[in-house]
Ligand binder design. Structure first.
Ligand code: SAM
Length: 357
């Protein structure tokens, strides 16, 4: 079995005593979790209208998205990322909304990848990837996660609810792969919607270097009509695939990795499952999220953010912003998914498209 350092030599484990990059003064929250990942939503707009994320009835023609001047500029985002890197962040992930809708995103990637020790990743629905992959790689993008809920074209068109064909996303994956990017493919599973097509998806990526990961449908936001009986537990998914393509579990690549990993016994690569609902992983969560308008959230289910746009635009110094970030992280004790219950259900929640998936 591979060790953590063999699998991900570039990713230190901050709580590993042998990890000398952690330092004795690593910034920890109340539950002892270090700050390592920054997710940056670069836009709240998307070209998809997936029912489980941005349903048309809410995000229709009359919906008001953030006006341009309220969205952080590339310079503002880069400044915050540099400050976060100084506090231990090792990876930024650009997301949204659909991040590739943000004009000239490759310029932001170049600015972020110039920050010492920072890995730059992207999560996208892949529809605009074919035309942008080369520029993104040239700018320093390290990895990409492409969301793809079905390989079956009618099911895919129905899920994105904008009639986008699946081939567009497959072309994006091919272009990203040809440009040299490591690719993960994420599929959200909803019972009765796409669970009958998951084996096809697994067969498609079996034998390729791309890792397919299944995500349990989460109760993010308030507009997607989430119901527990629509969640297909990851254990059920694994047995469904294992019955046709035998699997065996493998060690996590590093502490805090969100996916549970399995490899095909025939050497056809690996899959992952993200058990956000049935086996939450809050205890290892090292992520913080920046919304497109500069609110910082310590949890996908947080109800309040820290307004950094005002700090940036009021001329606060790097030191002052660093202190606010430190204060926020030190006070952090969120573990929403572990506490999920009737009481948490009643709490207000922010939409995934706003906070960044
Ligand atoms: N537009 C980009 C994309 O499609 O990847 C980035 C943003 S999107 C919000 C990020 C991811 O969140 C997608 O994989 C999407 O399927 C997932 N997502 C959205 N709502 C979800 C939910 N309720 N449960 C689980 N995953 C969800």
């Amino acid at each position: 079995m591979s060790t953590r350092s063999q699998l991900h030599p570039e990713l230190p484990d901050p709580r590993d005593p042998a990890d000398d990059t952690a330092g004795g003064d690593a910034l920890l929250d109340r539950l002892g979790r270090p700050l390592r990942d920054l997710r940056i939503s670069v836009t709240d707009r998307c070209n998809f209208r997936c029912q489980y994320c941005m349903p048309k009835e809410i995000f229709g023609p009359d919906y008001t998205f953030l006006p341009r001047e309220q969205i952080l500029s590339f310079e503002e985002i880069t400044r915050l990322a540099r400050i976060a890197a100084g506090l231990g962040v090792r990876k930024v992930r650009l997301t949204g909304g659909e991040p590739l809708l943000r004009s000239e995103l490759h310029k932001l990637v170049a600015m972020l990848s110039a920050i010492d020790g920072l890995e730059v990743a992207l999560t996208t629905n892949g529809t605009l990837l074919a035309s942008q992959a080369q520029a993104l790689v040239a700018a320093g993008l390290n990895r990409v996660t492409v969301s793809l809920d079905a390989i079956d074209d009618p099911v895919f068109r129905q899920m994105n609810d904008m009639n986008f064909p699946v081939q567009l996303v497959l072309d994006g994956i091919d272009a990203a792969s040809a440009a040299g990017l490591a690719i993960k493919v994420n599929a959200v599973v909803r019972r009765g919607v796409n669970d009958h097509t998951l084996l096809d998806l697994a067969r498609h990526f079996h034998g390729t270097p791309h890792t397919l990961r299944f995500i349990e449908f989460m109760d993010v936001g308030t507009t997607n009509g989430w119901r527990l009986d629509e969640v297909v537990p990851a254990a059920e998914l694994v047995s469904m695939i294992d019955a046709e393509l035998p699997l065996e579990p493998i060690e996590p690549g590093y502490r805090g990795e969100v996916a549970r990993r399995y490899r095909y016994r025939d050497g056809g690569g690996e899959i992952g499952v993200i058990t956000s609902v049935t086996q939450p992983f809050c205890a290892d969560c090292t992520r913080i999220r920046l919304s497109a308008e500069g609110q910082l959230y310590t949890c996908l289910f947080a109800t309040e953010g820290l307004d950094l746009r005002t700090a940036l635009r009021d001329g606060d110094s790097d030191e002052a912003i660093t202190e606010r970030l430190q204060g926020l992280w030190r006070a952090r004790e969120d573990r929403y998914s572990e506490l999920r219950s009737e009481a948490t259900e009643a709490l207000p929640r922010i939409e995934m498209s706003y906070i960044g998936g």
